[in-house]
Design a protein around this ligand. Structure first.
Ligand code: EPU
Length: 275
């Protein structure tokens, strides 16, 4: 591992033991650790980041074990695939996350959600590894989930037990289709983006505020505030992170200046706080 002020390392541990060993090396080298998931809501500054980026393996089907209404799943499992499996099994809960990209672990860490369902509501137990390499099991009552946040504090999710509700496959499938259709008709799902850029401020929708200050469709270099949904910034081909950041700053400034409302980032901007 080449280490130094600007080290950029991608680590793909194949087991908890390898993960622990890699974390130990990062600790010895004072190298910050970032966990990528599928990268669905991450924006990396153009300078890159002086850190080790961890990407857990995408597990096979055996990584999903069913016991009654409980599903035990490895963190690298892709959320859309998991949602599809649960629907087909007649287990309700995950269909509220129809169309949400990413890994299960990432969705838990940031409590991904829609207006129908937040990921954290379904979590009964987690196995996590701390950055010190300690494996811990967290029960439901030790977990706290807020609006796009959790109390995992950087803990790396290895496995989760989800509690779902048995129901009719037909009904769950219809609900899944309805939520997916609503997402496709209102969001630029086919364009490249990092999802919603800002959290919705209490009592407001960020997309509506950005539209009200006249920035819907605004282009900067290769990036554009989506003309379908103003809380998405899409990459029209060759956007730099700076193009996206310029639009983020502009939206924040204008919403503050014209409407007096503060927008808070929902996307994960790396490096975080200068680290
Ligand atoms: N609106 C506008 N202009 C726009 C976009 C939206 O006026 O350009 C208005 C809509 O007409 C609607 C309101 O804003 O009255 C809310 O919009 P929408 O129904 O699209 O939902 P949202 O609040 O923008 C939230 C989540 C989404 C999630 C959807 C559906 C946040 C920040 N966003 O969006 O989550 O998919 O509900 O459940 O909480 C994400 O987190 O990445 C994300 C996409």
């Amino acid at each position: 591992m080449g280490v130094g002020g600007t080290a950029r390392v991608l680590v793909s541990p194949r087991s908890p033991t390898e993960l622990r060993q890699a974390l130990e090396i990062c600790h010895q080298q004072s190298l910050p650790v970032y966990v990528l998931g599928a990268g669905s809501n991450v924006l990396v500054r153009d300078e890159g980041l002086p850190a080790a980026v961890f990407r857990l393996p995408v597990p096979g089907v055996r990584a999903l074990r069913l016991r009654g209404r409980r599903i035990r799943v490895a963190a690298g499992f892709r959320l859309p695939r998991l949602v599809g499996r649960a629907v087909a099994l007649g287990l309700s809960g995950l269909e509220g996350l129809a169309g949400v990209p990413g890994t299960l672990g990432g969705a838990i860490a940031c409590n991904a959600g829609t207006r129908y369902r937040q990921m954290g509501e379904l979590v009964e137990q987690l196995t996590v590894m701390t950055h010190q390499g300690e494996e811990r099991i967290l029960a439901r009552d030790e977990l706290k989930f807020g609006y796009r946040e959790s109390n995992l504090d950087g803990g790396i999710v290895l496995e989760a037990v989800l509690k779902l509700t048995p129901g009719s496959v037909d009904r769950i499938r219809r609900e899944f289709a309805r939520i997916l259709e609503a997402k496709y008709s209102s969001q630029p799902v086919r364009d490249r983006s990092a999802g919603c850029v800002f959290k919705n401020p209490p009592g407001h929708a960020a997309g509506e505020l950005i539209e009200r200050v006249g920035l819907k469709g605004k282009v900067q270099g290769g990036a554009q505030i989506s003309s379908r949904h103003a809380n998405f910034i899409i990459n029209r081909g060759h956007a730099s992170a700076q193009d996206v950041l310029t639009l983020i700053d502009l939206a924040r400034q204008e919403v503050r200046r014209v409407l007096g409302i503060e927008l808070e980032l929902e996307i994960d901007l790396w490096p975080r706080n200068g680290r």
